[in-house]
Ligand binder design. Sequence first.
Ligand SMILES: [Zn+2]
Length: 389
Amino acid sequence: MTAETVTSYEMLRRLVAFDTTSRNSNLELIDDVQAYLAAHGVESMLVPNDDGKKANLIATIGPRVPGGIVLSGHTDVVPVDGQPWDTDPWTLTEKADGNLYGRGTCDMKAFAAVVLALVPRFKAADLKVPVHIALSYDEEVGCFGAMRLVERLAAELPRPRACIVGEPTMMSVVNAQNTATTFFTTFTGFEAHSSMTHLGVSAIHFAGEFIHWLNVVQDEFAARPRTDIDLVPPHTTINVGTISGGTAGNILARECVLLWGYRTTPGEDQWALERRARAWLGEVLLPRMRAKHPAARIETVSRSAIPGLMPEQNEEATQLALAWSGGNRTHAVPYGTEAGIFRAAGIPTVICGPGDIAQAHQPNEFLAKSQLAACEGFMDRLIDWARRQ
Ligand SMILES: [Zn+2]
């Protein structure tokens, strides 16, 4: 294979064409990237998941010395199921409005596309410290890939100085982010004919009470907004993402499962709300269910937990990213990213990438084409810095 020169635009088209919805394997994309890197003389290491159907990729350009920069992105995207798209989500489509449409254009294949397209520039630059490319799987379903990726990266690479997670921030520097924690809570009631409500316990009705309780708690948070941090919305948020249960219109439902979670603001106790919810479920709701039938149960299991990002821990990464982006201030974001996982491994990390989070996860997701050039400018300044170290 000869080393191809590919523009960021062409590389984005190539990455978008892989349907890497989190439920699918990402290996076709990873194999393509690995072959592309190999053609440019860049070796990469794969870190697979348990069943081998997905993999993270780690590649280093430059000397294997400490003090390098990790450029991190996730390869998976959220589903397009049921969304009204005007164009094929897997075909990058440029429109007259200057936007590039396609699933993953903004969240977040554009960052990887720019990094990969610039591989020849990184190679030619005689870097004094390395650039590490880190591509993960399963970010959108709980950052499961990044946990393995960061473990391997921390174990096998010379200690990096900073990590840039290229989630969409319109190339502004984000150094504070919320946590993200999710749970499955299973309500088990007791089936009865729906006319005989005194004989059974509807799991759905009690799950509904829990949802109501979550709404009340959410209103409490909203009534006490943070004023010390620039964050929208300025409080912890709660969401019930899915609900399933029941079998028929005339049966009290035996089971109801909620997938729910919350995002605490930077610096808040990530686990306080879990403790509070467990206490309310166990001490208030369960006794009421059991009063109707002793077989009733409520079980809550942890599904995912992404650490947040506190601003003051990231001094150097922040200064570097501000210099490379040309920005003069930092921002906070309410969504969780893989940044907290790198940070938890002791790697100073900030978020800075092309695209606007407002377009993420939407039908007709798009990237303003000018964001590709903005991200290339960031990388050029990074290269300049890395060759002067
Ligand atoms: Zn993302």
